[in-house]
Design a protein around this ligand. Structure first.
Ligand code: AVI
Length: 335
């Protein structure tokens, strides 16, 4: 643990492996494919993270405040199920930590010996998360881990036997497609021990108008967030995207149950990306796929838990039935 309260896991070239080179490679692959695609994971540089915080404040973007309502009403009960002593609260993708704070607030009142362990790939995010959480909860033991989620979890599981409650909030699971979600959850199961628990935020299927409004806000913050991908390519890879010649477009696919976000070229144009030593041609109205935000039904969630080795301990919904926080327990057969 360094003096800032977090540990950076090996390999030492983590930043390089997950920074510019991986970004460059993914952009090269994605823009060379037909249809073109860019992964939403690259939206979250400083500017993208800031725009996402703004999205979370929007009237139209209901998931954040809805999940916060659920956590305010049910954190005590959720923590009660995890036990009252010696608990590692592991946070995957804490972001600015707003919702985690609701859980930590309840935990500090009812659990003795909590250890808060955020895991994040970005050292900058970790540093500010640890500082902010320390200011808010001065007595809390905090050990951040800068690593990929599963490297961090494996390291943690090997370093102590404490009971774990893993938080995967904010409907981040929705940004995985159905197969990726299963793989992710199975990896989570493998990294944990029998009896450990995970609390996952799922956005539920609902009125399509509400979904569309949430991803097409009137102020255009979501559009700026999505187009930050192009801005980032310009900034970090020497691209010459003209941002005014593209528009954000988000639609709902009723078959897959996902909001699909795109950036659409408004004219025929050629883009040069210096660092990739490549040019990319766009037709008028040609899309780049950027993000999936999958929505779930409660029975999809039951199935997912069952298929990946978890038992459902509790399902906590908001009053309108728009969002659920599902509490699962790892079930491992005795060997
Ligand atoms: C982070 N993630 C769960 C958000 C979502 O709803 O898919 C990202 C987002 N994209 C547009 N608005 C919010």
């Amino acid at each position: 643990m360094n003096s800032n309260g977090y540990k950076v896991l090996e390999p030492e070239d983590l930043a390089a492996a997950h920074g510019l080179r991986a970004f460059a490679l993914d952009v090269l692959n994605g823009l060379s494919e037909t249809p073109k695609r860019l992964s939403s994971r690259w939206i979250y540089d400083d500017e993208g993270s800031h725009l996402f915080s703004q999205i979370c404040e929007l009237d139209e973007y209901y998931p954040t405040r809805t999940e916060a309502e659920i956590l305010r009403s049910h954190s005590s009960e959720i923590l009660g199920r995890a036990g009252t002593r010696e608990l590692d609260i592991v946070d995957l993708g804490a972001g600015d930590g707003r919702k985690t704070n609701i859980v930590l607030e309840a935990a500090s009142k009812q659990v003795e010996g909590i250890h808060y362990v955020p895991i994040d790939i970005s050292e900058a995010s970790m540093s500010s998360l640890v500082t902010n959480t320390r200011t808010r909860f001065p007595d809390l033991q905090i050990s951040g881990i800068v690593a990929e989620y599963f490297d961090g979890l494996h390291w943690l599981s090997n370093s102590n036997d404490r009971r774990k409650l893993v938080l995967f909030l904010g409907s981040n699971i929705g940004n995985f497609n159905r197969v990726q979600a299963r793989v992710f959850l199975r990896q989570l199961w493998e990294a944990l021990s029998d009896g450990d628990q995970v609390l996952i935020g799922f956005d539920l299927k609902k009125n399509i108008e509400l979904l569309l409004a949430a991803y097409n806000d009137k102020q255009g913050i979501t559009a700026a967030f999505n187009k930050n991908l192009l801005k980032r390519i310009n900034r970090e890879l020497g691209g010459d995207f003209d941002l005014t010649a593209y528009r954000h477009f988000a639609t709902y696919d009723v078959f897959s149950g996902a909001i699909e976000s795109y950036i659409v070229s408004l004219k025929q144009q050629r883009v040069v990306i210096r660092e990739l030593q490549s040019t990319f041609d766009f037709d008028e109205w040609e899309p780049i796929h950027t993000e999936y935000s999958y929505k779930y039904r409660l029975r999809d969630i039951d199935r997912l838990a069952l298929d990946t080795g978890f038992g459902i301990v509790g399902q906590y919904n908001d009053a309108k039935g728009w969002f659920t926080n599902s509490l699962w327990q790892v079930e491992k057969p005795m060997v």
